[in-house]
Write a protein that binds this ligand. Structure first.
Ligand SMILES: Nc1ncnc2c1ncn2[C@@H]1O[C@H](COP(=O)(O)OP(=O)(O)OP(=O)(O)O)[C@@H](O)[C@H]1O
Ligand code: NI
Length: 277
């Protein structure tokens, strides 16, 4: 439903005020996202995940050098179509909390997002209430300004804004940073539900552990390039179904990996069986 074809991005880096160099931040990226999938985009800090999300949404800085093509539902996605679809068919949960308007109360911001997505103003208010409730932002949090919210609450407001838009494609950029395990679980389950309803969710994260339980597929990014796209089920045991050494290393480096190895899960299973018995 969304295809990235040979996308490259250069941005200027000012070594000093007179010396400008162009740095390649995305390097010939080709990827395809399917309807109904949660597709995790995983990589270390600086791998280019957020820039790829911005490129897909058409939100790069004006001076960016971008080459390659994007297609949304087989249509070539140019700037004007991106502008038209943004906030409607395409939604971004940005990594930066500064995306919230500091002068507008929480619920009004979510209601605006709903209106932009096509709700009438009366329905938008109701939808915003439901969406905020869904992410456990009740009462005072709904009437708060951005500076009165904790980091985790602000992130959930951004998630509620994307959710209320009913977009076909949701790109969630590090949506669980600052959330406690319970809230994280809630947000991740909501993404899984969206995908099960036929939406496409791109989950951008540096933490493979959070992505795997809900993802169908995982793309590992490194230095502006996708290293490998694999089914989430390939991340198991010693990672021998993974084709790249980097993806394997990322998998094996997980702290609780011992539990996820084949031997580990067998051991767990035996333990569970003996408990049940
Ligand atoms: N506006 C910009 N101008 C110049 N370089 C940039 C700009 N934004 C990002 N970069 C560079 O591009 C690279 C990729 O950045 P990006 O924010 O996409 O990484 P990321 O994978 O999202 O990392 P993180 O996990 O820390 O969010 C980094 O090296 C960064 O320094
Ligand atoms: Ni990022």
């Amino acid at each position: 439903m969304f295809t990235i074809d040979q996308l490259s991005l250069q941005l200027p880096l000012y070594a000093s005020w007179w010396k400008r160099e162009w740095v390649t931040c995305l390097d010939n990226v080709s990827l395809a996202f399917a309807t109904g999938e949660v597709h995790a985009l995983v990589g270390a800090s600086g791998a280019g995940k957020s820039l790829l999300a911005y490129a897909m949404m058409g939100l790069l800085p004006a001076h960016a050098h971008l080459t390659g093509q994007l297609y949304y539902q087989d249509a070539l996605l140019g700037e004007s179509l991106q502008r038209r679809l943004r906030g409607r068919e395409l939604a971004l949960i940005p990594q930066s909390l500064s995306a919230l308007d500091p002068l507008v109360r929480t619920q009004r911001q979510v209601a605006w997002a709903a209106q932009r997505a096509g709700y009438s103003s009366a329905h938008a208010w109701q939808a915003s209430q439901q969406s905020l409730d869904h992410y456990q932002l009740h009462g005072r949090a709904q009437q708060a300004y951005a500076h009165e919210l904790s980091g985790g609450m602000a992130r959930r407001v951004l998630t509620a804004m994307a959710h209320v838009s009913q977009a076909q494609l949701v790109i969630a950029d590090e949506p669980t940073v600052g959330l406690d395990p319970h809230q994280r679980q809630r947000v991740l389950s909501a993404f899984r539900e969206l995908a099960d309803q036929g939406k496409t969710v791109i989950l951008v994260t540096h933490d493979l552990r959070h992505a795997l339980p809900i993802a169908d597929r995982v793309t590992i990014m490194r230095n502006g390039k996708p290293v490998e796209t694999a089914s989430a089920s390939a991340f198991q045991g010693q990672g021998s179904s993974l084709s790249s050494a980097y993806a394997q290393a990322l998998w094996l480096a997980l702290p609780d990996n011992d539990f996820s190895t084949h031997a580990g899960s067998q051991a767990q299973q035996t333990e569970q069986e003996s408990t049940v018995a």
